[in-house]
Design a protein around this ligand. Structure first.
Ligand code: CP
Ligand code: NVA
Length: 327
């Protein structure tokens, strides 16, 4: 498998075999790290990390992975560079290509990271856009493989806002890798009809079954994985909270949902999560709307079925695999 020089912008650009290769490479690099075996596969290289939105996991994953691979990294924070305000994406791409061997970008529209990749002469990796979060899916699928020993045939249910980066990317990932995907939400939160049609075509070749269900109990019966994400994503206005809470409350992941799924079902979340009042925004919104939690109850989040911190760790191993494979 040769992925040298490739961008990693969305899973739609990658074949099932290529995605499997990245997940397996991540497992291999994870084992090496645990055993203390050095793996400076990109020694002497440098990467630029552009973040137009904030981050904990993705930033740390890129920085630690870069160091483990023997690389230097530069973090450009949401306010500390010229990008967008004084310098176009096309110019930024050409400037950074002269100094770095790879560029990570987190920001708003998918078209921005695609533009960056078009003008850059080095690989560009998507660290989250409004439409897609492909490195997160690699981490999630590595986690599922660790827990169940396989991806094919896993019954995967995504609850909540399924039309944004996580719902979109998970649907694509499931279609590509042969997991059965159910989006569970009110109709308006289903992914776009265009993306569903594209995924249905992919699903025909992998045996994946895609479903769109509004009833949480029907959707989650017998599921292997229950996945959710925050109801209001980065970049969305604070005014949408009320509507989201009203519309998505029936889709909160609670113990009733997990019991309905079955005793071996796992709970997944890309994080960060509003599962309690221990954050500024979580506290404010919980108090304003008289709630204890948002998309998942604290009981589920802290339960043994929850694998959210395994996913978080796997961000690093999978991002390392993406950089090692494409550089
Ligand atoms: N899951 C994820 O992308 O987390 P961060 O926003 O902290 O990077
Ligand atoms: N949908 C979330 C994902 C965070 C990792 C957001 O875009 O804020």
């Amino acid at each position: 498998m040769n992925l040298k020089g490739r961008d990693f912008l969305k899973l739609l650009d990658y074949t099932s075999d290529e995605i499997e290769y990245l997940i397996d490479l991540a497992a291999d690099l994870k084992a090496k790290k645990k055993q203390g075996i050095p793996h400076e596969l990109c020694k002497g290289k440098n990467v630029a990390l552009i973040f137009e939105k904030t981050s904990t996991r993705t930033r740390c994953a890129f920085e630690v992975a870069a160091r483990d691979l023997g690389m230097g990294s530069t973090y450009l924070d949401p306010s500390g560079s010229q990008i967008g305000k004084k310098e176009s994406i096309a110019d930024t791409a050409r400037v950074l290509s002269g100094m770095y061997d790879g560029i990570e970008y987190r920001g708003f529209g998918q078209e921005i990271v695609e533009e960056l990749a078009k003008f850059a002469s080095v690989p560009v990796w998507n660290g989250l856009t409004d439409e897609f979060h492909p490195t997160q899916i690699l981490a999630d699928f590595l986690t599922i493989k660790e827990k169940f020993g396989r991806l094919k045939g896993i019954n995967f249910v995504y609850m909540g806002d399924a039309r944004f980066n996580m719902g979109n990317s998970l649907m694509v990932g499931c279609a590509k890798m042969g997991l059965n995907f159910t989006a569970c939400s009110p109709k308006k939160y289903f992914p776009s009809t265009e993306l569903i049609a594209e995924c249905q075509e992919i699903a025909k070749t992998t045996g994946s079954v895609l479903k769109f269900e509004q009833d949480p109990i029907a959707a989650t019966k017998g599921a292997d994985v229950i996945y959710t994400d925050i109801w209001v994503s980065m970049g969305e206005p604070v005014e949408v909270w009320e509507e989201r809470i009203n519309e998505l409350s029936p889709y909160q992941v609670n113990m009733q949902i997990m019991k309905n799924a079955g005793e071996n079902a796992i709970f997944m979340h890309c994080l960060p999560s509003y599962h309690d009042k221990n954050t500024v925004i979580g506290k404010e919104m919980c108090e304003r709307f008289s709630r204890d939690s948002m998309e998942v109850t604290n009981e589920v989040f802290e339960d043994k079925c929850s694998v959210v911190f395994d996913e978080a760790e796997n961000r690093m191993h999978t991002i390392k695999a993406v950089m090692a494979a494409t550089l």
